[in-house]
Design a protein around this ligand. Structure first.
Ligand code: COA
Length: 104
């Protein structure tokens, strides 16, 4: 696991093995980042959300409190504002984020 400079993590957060969190990301309380989750620089990750294995969140994205899951192997695009659950293997981008395709 690595957590870079300027990251803020609120209480009751679970970080599993091989999680990587880049600079200045914010992770709110009661969140679980499962194995291999990657949060890019400046991500704002809301409360009480589970990021499943190998979820990848691009630079500056916001994952809004109120949704529940980022599916395994999903990818959230840079700058996205995610307001609902991200399906497994989905690539979501935009404001609000929409599925642009599903990984093969
Ligand atoms: C979302 C992403 C994976 C899409 O990449 P891609 O599959 O190669 O998609 P394309 O570049 O072919 O774009 C497909 C469409 O999505 C749009 N799009 C791509 N990325 C977008 C983004 N971040 N936000 C909004 N729209 C985006 C494109 O404008 C294009 O729209 P169009 O079909 O209307 O022209 C990529 O753009 C991205 O944001 N990657 C994250 C990069 C990052 O943050 N890296 C962190 C390094 S530390």
């Amino acid at each position: 696991m690595y957590v870079l400079l300027g990251v803020n993590i609120m209480p009751y957060t679970v970080l599993e093995d091989y999680v990587m969190i880049s600079m200045n990301a914010l992770v709110a309380h009661h969140t679980t980042l499962k194995k291999g989750t990657f949060l890019s620089t400046g991500v704002n990750f809301g409360a009480s959300i589970v990021a499943h294995e190998n979820a990848y969140v691009g630079i500056g994205a916001t994952i809004m409190t109120g949704l529940h899951n980022l599916g395994a192997d999903c990818l959230v695009g840079a700058g996205a504002v995610v307001i609902k659950d991200v399906p497994e293997k989905a690539i979501m981008a935009g404001v609000p984020a929409k599925v642009i395709r599903i990984k093969d």
